[in-house]
Structures are given as structure tokens and as C-alpha cells.
Design a protein around this ligand. Structure first.
Ligand code: ZN
Length: 58
């Protein structure tokens, strides 16, 4: 599993998602954006290794 940082191309918000497949195969993915409250295209920015991801984030 990996955590991916993605950016909504509609509102520009960056967020992290936890997905079990390799998003580098996709330049953009169509996903639900909680800020836009609808499905939008999201740019894949980078992968965040779980070990480096701070547990304190809510
Ligand atoms: Zn959005």
C-alpha cells in the first residue's frame, strides 16, 4: 500500500489518498473531491511512503 499526494484540477486542493495500486501509470485520475463535492480529475503529484507519513495527522 502507498499513500499518494494528489491535486484536484478543479479546486487546486492537495490531499493524500491511500490506494493499493500504482498511480504513476496514470497522469490524472478521476476521483471524488471532498472540497468540490463531486468527481473531478486529480493530478498525481507523488507517492508518500507509509513509514515517512506522520501518524499525528488527523
Ligand atoms: Zn476539488
Amino acid at each position: 500500500m502507498a499513500i499518494w499526494r494528489i491535486k484536484c484540477t478543479s479546486c487546486g486542493k492537495i490531499r493524500e489518498i491511500d490506494l493499493g495500486y500504482n498511480l504513476f501509470e496514470f497522469k490524472k485520475i478521476f476521483l471524488y473531491c471532498p472540497y468540490c463535492k463531486k468527481n473531478t480529475f486529480n493530478e498525481v503529484i507523488e507517492a508518500i511512503e507509509e513509514a515517512q507519513f506522520p501518524q499525528s495527522s488527523s
